[in-house]
Structure formats: C-alpha cells, structure tokens
Design a protein around this ligand. Structure first.
Ligand SMILES: NC(=O)C1=CN([C@@H]2O[C@H](COP(=O)(O)OP(=O)(O)OC[C@H]3O[C@@H](n4cnc5c(N)ncnc54)[C@H](OP(=O)(O)O)[C@@H]3O)[C@@H](O)[C@H]2O)C=CC1
Ligand SMILES: O=C(O)C1=N[C@H](C(=O)O)C[C@H](O)C1
Length: 250
C-alpha cells in the first residue's frame, strides 16, 4: 500500500520539529516536505503533499490553510488563534473545495481532550467554574486555544442545563486580576519558565470543589493525536473542530 504523503509547516518549531520526526518515523506516512518561516507554500504542491500539518503561528495559519484548501491538500491544524470569524472564512473556502478535509485541534493530547470532556460533564452539576492555563514563556497567544475551547464547551453545557451566567462579586480590583472572560467563564493565563502545557479547571459547589488538572510534560504527548488526525482527515471532508471527533470517547 502506498504511503500517505505528508508535509509539516512550522518544522523548526517546538512542536513542529517533533511532528516532522513522528511523521518520518511512521511506517504508513512519508514526510515529503518540511517548511518553516520564509519558505514558499508552493513547496507543498510541488512535493505532492496529500496532507499538511500546520504548527506555526496565529499570524500565518490562515494563509497556510487557505493555500492547502485551494490546492486540495487536507490540513491538520494545531496552530491557535481561531476566532469565530476565521472559522467562518475557512468554512467558506472549504465550500469551494468540498472534498478537502481540515481538522483544527486545539489540543492533540488525549489527556487534554479528556479534560474538556470531563469538564463538560461536571459543568451542569457545580455552579461556579474558572480555568487556569499554564504554559512555557515562549507562547505567543493567551489564553491558550485549549483553555478558550474548554471555557466555551463549559459555557455551552451550562446553558444547556439552564444554569445562569456566573455573577462576579468583585467590586474593587486591578484590571486583569479576574482573568479574561470567555463566554462568561474566567480564564487565567500563567507563563513560567520550566513549564510546557498545563491546565486546571476548578469547579465549586456547596461546600465542595472539584479540580480537573492536565499536564503535558513533553511534546511527545501531542504526537499520537497528530498522527491520528493525519490518518483520519483524508476521509473526513469539510471542517472538523476538536480531536474528540476522531476518538471513540462514548
Ligand atoms: N494543538 C496542539 O496540541 C498544540 C498546538 N500548539 C500550537 O502550535 C503553534 C506553534 O507552537 P510552537 O511550536 O510552540 O511555536 P514555535 O515558535 O516554537 O514554532 C513556530 C514555527 O512556525 C514558524 N513560524 C512562526 N511564525 C511564522 C510565520 N509568520 N510564517 C510562517 N512560519 C512561521 C516558525 O519558524 P521560525 O523558526 O523561522 O520562526 C517555527 O517553525 C502555536 O500556535 C501553539 O499554540 C503547540 C503545541 C500543541
Ligand atoms: O503553545 C503551546 O505550547 C500549546 N498550545 C496549544 C494551546 O494554545 O492550547 C496546545 C497546548 O496547550 C500547547
């Protein structure tokens, strides 16, 4: 059976370099291109890439994925920065290339996907909730894509359960002290040398708390998800947001 031809964009980066090695080592995949800043995207089509993995920067990802969709190259995207507006633009582009698949995975690690799932389950039982994400000092965006997604999923679960928006009792405080408001959920971002990628979801109810914590201790934690995304996206036309859709979680 012929190998799936895969490119990695952002191949000099922290996660991109790990992804290029993982693709190269996989028996059913062939690493046909490894691009970094300044490389022409035409190298993707010239190399005959069937799937491109984007692990770059929020400033670059829209152009990269746009190129892929225009050229019928499936995309697996870990890069952050996906606003509703950007997603709508991408959906419009995919409508013009209906057989192309794009997976946007806010987090490729199974533990982080499970954290989101468990948080969604807890959301309707415990009325107060805040998210703390903790990352390495090199991270460009805040809050993390994972934290933003987690907060959004919690907010949706709360709304579905008929829970009201959380009241914030703070009347005196410094700006930013209560974090960013993501769909009514406070999200706090820590950037600390020595960390990689971590998240706590803190729930509070009458006389009790529940903390769901996940730690990615090495970029290898993301690789099974990257490879799963590559293998599945070729048979999944259109836009998929979240690796959970490729995992049999129920
Ligand atoms: N979904 C997930 O599970 C994960 C997602 N991420 C996300 O992946 C992205 C990359 O993270 P990380 O590896 O830490 O970042 P790095 O800064 O280490 O690497 C970024 C890579 O993208 C390239 N790049 C940066 N800016 C541009 C640009 N404007 N145009 C083209 N290429 C560019 C860099 O090239 P150069 O070296 O020349 O600057 C480098 O190869 C982030 O959005 C991060 O949040 C990270 C980990 C897991
Ligand atoms: O920049 C990172 O490192 C990570 N980015 C993703 C995010 O913003 O959620 C995934 C993970 O947290 C690592």
């Amino acid at each position: 059976m012929s190998k799936l031809r895969v490119a990695v964009i952002g191949s000099t980066g922290r996660i991109g370099s790990e992804a290029a090695k993982a693709v190269d080592a996989a028996e059913d995949l062939e690493l046909v291109a490894a691009l970094h800043r300044g490389d022409s995207l035409d190298a993707l089509a010239e190399a005959g890439a069937q799937v491109a993995v984007d692990l770059t920067h929020p400033d670059a990802v829209m152009d990269n994925v746009g190129y892929c969709v225009r050229n019928g190259i499936h995309a697996v995207v870990g890069t952050t920065g996906w606003t509703d507006e950007r997603l709508a633009t991408l959906r419009g582009r995919l409508a013009e290339s209906p057989s192309t698949g794009v997976l946007i995975a806010p987090n490729f690690s199974v533990g982080a996907v499970l954290t989101m799932k468990f948080a969604q389950a807890a959301a309707r039982f415990l009325p107060t909730v805040e998210v703390i994400e903790l990352h390495h000092r090199g991270k460009a965006d805040a809050p993390s894509g994972t934290a933003a997604r987690t907060a959004r999923l919690i907010a949706e679960a709360r709304e579905a359960a008929g829970l009201p928006r959380q009241e914030d009792p703070t009347t005196h405080g410094l700006q930013g002290a209560r974090g960013a408001d993501v769909d009514g959920i406070p999200v706090h971002a820590v950037r600390l040398q020595g960390l990689l990628a971590h998240q706590e979801v803190l729930f509070g109810g009458e006389g009790e708390t529940l903390t769901i914590r996940h730690d990615s201790l090495h970029h290898s934690s993301f690789m099974p998800g990257v490879l799963l995304g590559v293998r599945r996206v070729v048979d999944t036309p259109g836009l998929t947001v979240g690796l959970e859709h490729f995992l049999d979680l129920d």
